[in-house]
Design a protein around this ligand. Sequence first.
Ligand code: DGJ
Length: 738
Amino acid sequence: MAIFVNESQRLFHLQTAASSYIFQILADGSAGQLYYGPRLPQQTSYPNLTIREERDATSALSEEMPDFQRELLKQEYSGPGRGDYRPRAFQLTYPNGSTTSEFEYQGYQITPGKDRLTDLPASFGDPATATTLTVTFKDRGHDLFLTLTYAVFPTSNVITRSTRLSNQGPTVTIDQVASAQLDLPDADYDLLSFPGSWARERHLNRHAIQPGTQTVASSRMASSHQENPFVILARPQTDNHQGAAIGCNLIYSGSFATSITVDQFATSRLLTGINPADFRWQLRSGTSFQTPEAVFTYTSDGLNALSQQLTDFYRDHLTNQHFARAPRPVLINNWEATLMNFTEQELMPLVKQAAQVGIELFVLDDGWFGHRNDDRSSLGDWFTNQPKFLNGIGGFAHRVHQAGLQFGLWLEPEMISLDSDLYQHHPDWLVQTPGRQLTTARHQYVLDLTQPAVGDYLFETISAIIQDTHLDYLKWDMNRNLTAPYSPTLPADRQGEFAHRYLLGVYRLYDRLTKAFPDLLIESCASGGGRFDLGMLYYAPQAWCSDDTDAIERLRIQDGSSYGYPLSSWGAHVSAVPNDQVGRLTPLATRAAVAYFGDFGYELDLNQLPASELAAIQDQVKFYKQYRQLFQQGRFYRLDRPQPDPNVYAWEVVNADRTQAIAARFQILNEPNPPYLRIYLTGLDPERYYQVNDDPTTYSGAELIHAGYAVPRIMDRTAQPKPLSDFHANLFVITAID
Ligand code: DGJ
C-alpha cells in the first residue's frame, strides 16, 4: 500500500520506498502541503508539521481563525484572491469577471495502477507498481470541480501529479492552470537547470535560489533549445555522490513554465505547467481541461541516484514499452556527409560501405522528397524526388534492405514550404494571423495541426511512405518555432487555445502513427535538441539531442542531458573532422568514445576515409554492439571525485548485477608534467574482484571505488611521432572475475 488516508484528520500520506509526501485538508476545505522528503513512519497526525503562529500584516481566513493565514501556510494548489500572495497555481475568470476561487474538499478516490491520459503523453503503471489518488474539490459558488491526481510509484521513488478542471456550469476562462505546486518549508536549495541554445543544448547551470521568483520557461510553443522542463532543487552540499535533491520534470513539449519563488519567510514554492503566457482556455459547460503530468522524485543519495531513479522510471513507466529495453540499431545518417546533394547512385556506395563495417541502419535525411535540393522548397510534399531516385523512394529502400541494412527516413511533418504542391492546394493550412506579416524561419512555415484535416493528410501520406519503404526508423524533425499563432477554425474567444491545441494535434499524429506502425522506431528532432522532453520521449524512444556533433561540445551536452534523461534517449554520432559546427579536430577514438554513451551512430562519408580509419570504425561498431546493452540500459554515473575538474569529464555505466562496467575519462586539454591521474569508479561490488582492460592485475571493487584506478599519462614526451594529445579519451572495460 502506497497511500494512507486518515479520514478523520483528512490527512494523505503518499509513501515510496524512500520518500514520503504528506498533505492535509485545511479548515477552509483547501489542501495544505505538509512534507516532501525522506520516508516518514505512518502516523495518525503530524502536529510538528502543522504548527501555526499568527503574524502581523497578513490576512486571515476569518475572525475566528486569526492564525489561519494563507501566506504562512504551505499549500497544495493555490489560487488568487484569498490572501496567498505568492505566485498562483491557477487563475480562472468567472462569468462576472472575478478571479477569486473557493474550492472546497469533496472527497477522494484511490485506484490501483496508473492510467494513461487520453490526449496527452503520460506515465502508466499496473496495480503492482502504481497507485493513483484523486482528490476532488468543488467551487463553492459554481458547478466547477478541481481534481488533483497523484500517482505513487513506490519502487521508482516517483510521484506524479496533474490537475483537471471540470465544468458543469456557465463558461469560465482558464487563465492559467499549473500541473503541480510544491511548497517547501525553507529556501536552502540550489536550482539546477539546463539552459542552452541551438548546438549547445542543456548545459548544467547551478545557483542558490534567491528571494523572489526565478523561472525556467519556454514560450516558443516547443520545450526549446533555450531551456528544458527538467529542474532539480538540491541542498547546497549535494553532489553527484551524496546529498538530498528533488527532481521535477513535465511531460509536455510546448510552452512551459517552472518557477521557484522564495518568499518573505524564506519558504520556497515550485510551480510547473503550461506557460500561462501562451495559454487561455474557455471551459464550457460539460467539458474538462486536463493539464500535462508533472514527475517528482526525491533522493537523499546524490544526483547520480536522482538521475538513475528517473531514468528507470521513464524506462518502465513512460517510454513505449515496445522499445524501452530493445537494443537500438547502430545507424549511419547521410546529413553531414551529403546535405541535400545526393542521388541514389551516389548514396549506394555509402550504404554498401556501411554494411561492410557492421552498421545496421541507413538513415536518409532531408532532401529526398518533392523537388527539394535546398531548404526553400517542398516541405509537405512527401513523395519521391524523382530525379534523385529513379525507382522511387520505395525502390531505394528496397536496395538498402537488400544490402542487409534497415532503412530510415527523415521527415518534417509539421512544416510546409510556400514552394510546394501542398501550399498550392491548401494555403489555409499554413499558420498565420490575418493582417499580420508572415514570419519565416529557414524559409519554412508551420502547418495548422489544430485542424483535423491537416492531421489526417499527414497520417495518410506518412503511412503510405512507411508502407512503400517498409520503413524501420523515422527521424521526425521540427526546425522552427511557431509565430503569430492563429487558426481560422477557432472562434475569436478561443484563439488563446491555439498553442496547446497545436501540440495536442502533434501528439494525436504521433499516437496514430505509433499505433498503426508499432515496430517503427521514431527519433524525434528539432534542429537537434529543440524539443528534447518527456512528451516526445513517450512516443519517440530516442531524440537527436543536438546538431552539434563535435565530441568536446557533446561532453557538456550529454553530461547535462544525463541529469534528467536516459542514455538510450539520445542519438550520438561520430562525424568528420574538422567538425561542421566548431571546426575542431578531435581523434576518431575520442569521437567514438563520447558517442558510445548514447544511441551510437555515424554521420560522415565513410568512402572519404583512409583504410586505417575504416578499420577502426569496424572495430568501434563491433565494440559498441558487444556492450550496447550496457551503454543503452546500464546504470549511468557521472564521475567527478575527488573534486570536479572543468578540464575532465568522466562517465561510467554498470550492469544490473555489477559484473560489467565501462568507464571513460575525457581530458579536454593536455597538461605538461601532470600530477598522477586516477579515475575513481563507482557502482561496483566492493566485495568482488575485477579486471580492467587487459591489465593482468585484478582489483577489488572496494579498491577501484576508494583508491581509484591509475590512468596512464596522456602523452609520453619521447614518443615519435608526437601524438595528438588534446581531446583525449581513455576507456576502461571493467569485468568481474568469477
Ligand atoms: C536539423 C536536424 O537536426 C539535422 O540533423 C538535419 O536533419 C537537418 N535538420 C535537415 O534539414
